[in-house]
Design a protein. Sequence first.
Length: 79
Amino acid sequence: WMLRDRGPRMLQADPEVTSAVDIFVKDLGIVLETGRETQVALPIAAVAHQMFLATAGRGDGRADDSQVIRRYHALNGTR
């Protein structure tokens, strides 16, 4: 569902914001804190959180969450 929903917006330069990057930073932070409290390893959530943090840190916190793709492009020197 996520790729069907976010995928088309990943291809747009400035898509409508339906859920901001900052929301994912907050929500994944809550998930990771709960993981720490319950001693559950969440390595994929931790990496995703870092990507969303990097996106927000570059000034895209209010962008649509699909725009985390920008950080993948920056990391890989693509697009």
